[in-house]
Structure formats: C-alpha cells, structure tokens
Design a binder for this molecule. Structure first.
Ligand SMILES: Nc1ncnc2c1ncn2[C@@H]1O[C@H](COP(=O)(O)OP(=O)(O)OP(=O)(O)O)[C@@H](O)[C@H]1O
Ligand SMILES: [Mg+2]
Ligand SMILES: [Zn+2]
Length: 452
C-alpha cells in the first residue's frame, strides 16, 4: 500500500479516539442518543484540531447500519465509505473555491435529492467564511429549513466573518487547541503502535512546536521520523525542528553569570548565524528559565510534566543555585516582554541584544538587598522589614498608580516624612530619627521604578 502520512493514517475513527475536545464529543454523543441532532452546526477552531474528523464521525454515527449510535461500527460499507472520505452521505465542499451564489444554488439542487444509502446526508462546508455575502444570503433559506435528514456542518477558522443571520440558525461548537501534554501522550501511543522508540522529551518538543494542532504534531512527527529513523532522540528532534540546543542557553547563562558581555552578545550572534529563528530562540530561552526556576523547588519539574534525564535535572538544579530567584523571575519577565514585542519590531535582533544586556546588568537586585541591609544598620532595625517585599510599606507603595502618585513621598507607614518637602531631610523611621541618607533616596527611587 502507498505510504500514508500519520495525520491521515491516524484520523480518529470513533469519538473515543478524539483527544482534547471532550466538551464537543460529549454533547454530540448525547444528542445522538436522545435523537436531538440539529440540522446546522458551525465548527470553529484553529487548523488540525478535529473539525473535519468529528464531522465524519458524526456522519458515520448517524448512518452506520447499526445506528444512529454514538459508537459506529466502522465495519459496515457505509462506515468504510465515510471513513475514506468517499461516501455519498458525506459531501465535503471547499467554501473558499465554491463561494458564489451559483455554487450555493448547485449545492441546494444536489441535496434536494435525498440521501441514497444512508439515513442522513452530512454536508461539510470547509472555510465557510470565504462565501460571498450574496452566497450567504442565498444559503439562508436552505439553512433555516433544510431538506429532511440533511445536516450542514460549517467549519471555519474565522467565525467572526460569518454573518449573524447564519450564526443564529446554527449551533456553534468551539474547538480547543489541544494541550502539549495531551498531544505528547497521543504521539507516544502512535509511536508505540508504529514500533518506534522515542525519548519523551522529543515528543514534548514536537507537541510544543505544534501549538495545539494535532495535525501539525503528526506532520512534524513524520518529518522527525524521516530524519531520525525509528529512534527519536530529543537532540535530533531539536535539530530537525530548528530548535536551539540547551547547551546554547547554558552557555549564555554562564556568560551572564560571569558578566562576560562580549561572549553573551556573541552567542546571540552565533545563534543567528546558525540560522535559528529569533522567536524560536526566545521561546527556548523561556523554557530554559522555567526549568531553572522549577529546579529550585523539589518535585516541581516532575509535577509540571517536565521529564528530564537525571543528569540534566541535576545540571539545572546546580545552575539555578548560582542565580538569585528574583533575578530568574525578572529574566523570565523580560524574555516574555521581548517575545511579545518581537513580531512588531523592525529590528528584532537589537531587542534580543538589549535583553541580553539587561540580563547582564541585573545584579541591581543584589544591591537592593545590600541597600536594605545597610538601611537596617544605619536607619533603624525596622527599615529592612518595612521595606521588604510584601510588607505593609511596600504594599502601600505598589497600590499607588502613577497618575495619582504623590511626588517623592515615602510609603506612609514605612517612613514618616516630617518635613513634607523632600525625602533626604529628616527622616523618622518608626520613631527613630535617621540622619539624611542619600541611600534612602535611592531606595525611594527604586520603589518608584519597576521592582519585583
Ligand atoms: N482532536 C483530535 N484528536 C485526534 N486526532 C486529531 C484531532 N484533531 C486532529 N487530529 C489529527 O489531525 C488530522 C486532521 O484533522 P482534521 O481534518 O479534523 O482537522 P480540522 O480541524 O478539520 O483542520 P482544518 O481547519 O485545517 O481543516 C486528523 O486526520 C487526525 O489525524
Ligand atoms: Mg478540516
Ligand atoms: Zn457502521
């Protein structure tokens, strides 16, 4: 038999095989059991999440010789025909290329002749939002009162482009993107059935790259198999998918830790020379930072399904100790911001370079700690406590929005500004009057800026 890509070979044949769309599958099952099938549905959702698949299963569930049943047999002639996409009882029409009034008229005439072998005729119109306004109008009447036993399923990735008049005549089902874990587990099942060996990390990479689309994940799996053969290693899959290797990030973080500015910037340059996409680079960096953050908390990596080899997990755990937790959090936040700004930037490389420089100068948070300590020693015991994150003083300060933020006022409870003029005059700290300290001013300025 000719080679068939995984996405087609593994198209679910029953509702049970569909992953991640339980809300839709459950509703349709009950509708079939209770004989409450609507005559028009809108299936919306991104590419490759099961719209056509569920439309075909529904057609079989209704038409199976043993049906209507939520569990079509898959054996009878009708089931087999529909499965292969050839069945007369399912018509799949491409809305993008059949979008005129004439096309709708033709469709109306064709479905006028009722079904041949089965009990229902299911008409799937893909990309229905591409119909012209006139075509939608021509369709309205048919949709309101279709010939008996005809069911329309309109699939679209842009539901907002469908007129409300059409919407109000249909039941709308929103298909979800499928989670990374679910997709990875699905891929694992398929690999096992295909007799392929795999590292779990490799499947997670594929699932993540698919961004919720099951079809994309299966196409990527095909691609990975062509490269790696019957043994999918994380390293090879990473390279097939154009993902940046962990060692690149590890090197970058080392340069950041050691304040090795030119090497840190150089590794960005190198990643670009090696042909990596900057968006991919930032996504990988965030994942790396995530691993570092969770490596500090016992069991947190496992609880999040991050399945690292023991040796790799230890590397993360050791490395994470080299960074202050607040620094890691700030890096994660900065990287997230860059990810969002990247697609609008005319000069994305510079964004990433600036991010790297920010990482390099992050140690200001260490000096805040030193400042607090210094403040506690100089300005009274309670200063550090009052200014510590989460404390009364800091909470007050955070609540103030820039619009109605008083001038350089200090948190009300923390430091009492007797003079009401400027901070660096006489400052009373919980009754203890501290001498003018430019350091306190620095602290106040810091709180005015962004601080984790
Ligand atoms: N929810 C799912 N569960 C299991 N497999 C799925 C699921 N969704 C998609 N697939 C796989 O992806 C393939 C394509 O899915 P399908 O044709 O249903 O996507 P679609 O939502 O209609 O996408 P498009 O918008 O691109 O038409 C299926 O053959 C199947 O292998
Ligand atoms: Mg489809
Ligand atoms: Zn059947």
């Amino acid at each position: 038999m000719a080679y068939m890509v995984f996405a087609r070979k593994w198209r679910p044949k029953t509702f049970d095989d569909v992953i991640g769309q339980e809300h839709i599958v459950g509703t349709l099952r009950r509708a079939i059991e209770k004989d409450r099938i609507a005559h028009a549905y809108i299936f919306t959702g991104t590419r490759g999440v099961g719209k056509t698949t569920i439309a075909r299963i529904l057609a079989r569930a209704l038409n199976c010789e043993k049906g209507p049943t939520p569990t079509p047999c898959g054996e009878c002639a009708i089931c087999k025909d529909i499965l292969s996409g050839q069945g007369f009882d399912v018509a799949e029409i491409d809305g993008a290329s059949n979008n005129s009034v004439a096309d709708i008229r033709e469709l109306r005439e064709n479905i006028g002749y009722s079904t041949m072998s089965g009990k229902y005729k299911v008409v799937v119109i893909d990309e229905v939002h591409m119909l012209s306004t006139a075509a939608f109008n021509a369709f309205l009447k048919t949709l309101e009162e279709p010939p008996p036993n005809v069911i329309f399923i309109m699939a679209t990735t842009n539901p907002e482009k469908i007129p409300v008049t059409i919407h109000s005549r249909c039941q709308r089902y929103d298909f979800r993107r499928v989670g990374t874990e679910r997709i990875a587990a699905h891929l694992a099942k398929i690999c096992e059935a295909e007799g392929m060996k795999f590292e779990k990390g490799a499947l997670i990479l594929i699932a993540r790259k698919a961004e919720g689309s099951v079809r994309d994940s299966l196409s990527l799996l095909d691609q990975a198999c062509s490269f790696c053969g019957d043994n999918l290693s994380e390293k090879e899959v990473r390279s097939v998918l154009g993902l940046v290797g962990t060692d690149v990030y590890r090197g970058l973080m080392k340069d950041i830790r050691e304040k090795n500015q030119s090497d840190a910037l150089g590794s960005i340059q190198k990643a670009l020379f090696d042909g990596y996409d900057l968006h991919e680079f930032i996504m990988g960096l965030q994942e790396y930072l995530r691993n570092l953050l969770f490596a500090r908390i016992p069991g947190a990596l496992e609880a999040r399904g991050i399945d690292l080899e023991a040796e790799e997990a230890k590397k993360f755990a050791d490395e994470s100790k080299e960074f202050a937790e607040t620094d890691l959090l700030r890096m994660a936040e900065i990287a997230k911001k860059v990810e969002m700004e990247l697609k609008w930037s005319a000069y994305p490389q510079f964004l990433v370079e600036v991010m790297t420089l920010k990482f390099l100068y992050l140690d200001t948070s260490a000096s805040i700690e030193q400042l607090l300590k210094f403040a506690a020693e100089k300005g009274g015991e309670n200063t550090a406590g009052l200014l510590a994150p989460g404390s009364e003083g800091v909470k007050k300060k955070t609540e103030l929005t820039p619009a109605h933020k008083p001038k350089p006022e200090v948190p009300a409870n923390a430091i009492n500004n007797n003079n009401n003029e400027h901070v660096d005059k006489n400052i009373s700290v919980d009754g203890n009057t501290a001498k003018t300290e430019p350091m306190i001013k620095t602290l106040v300025n810091i709180f005015d800026g962004e601080l984790l």
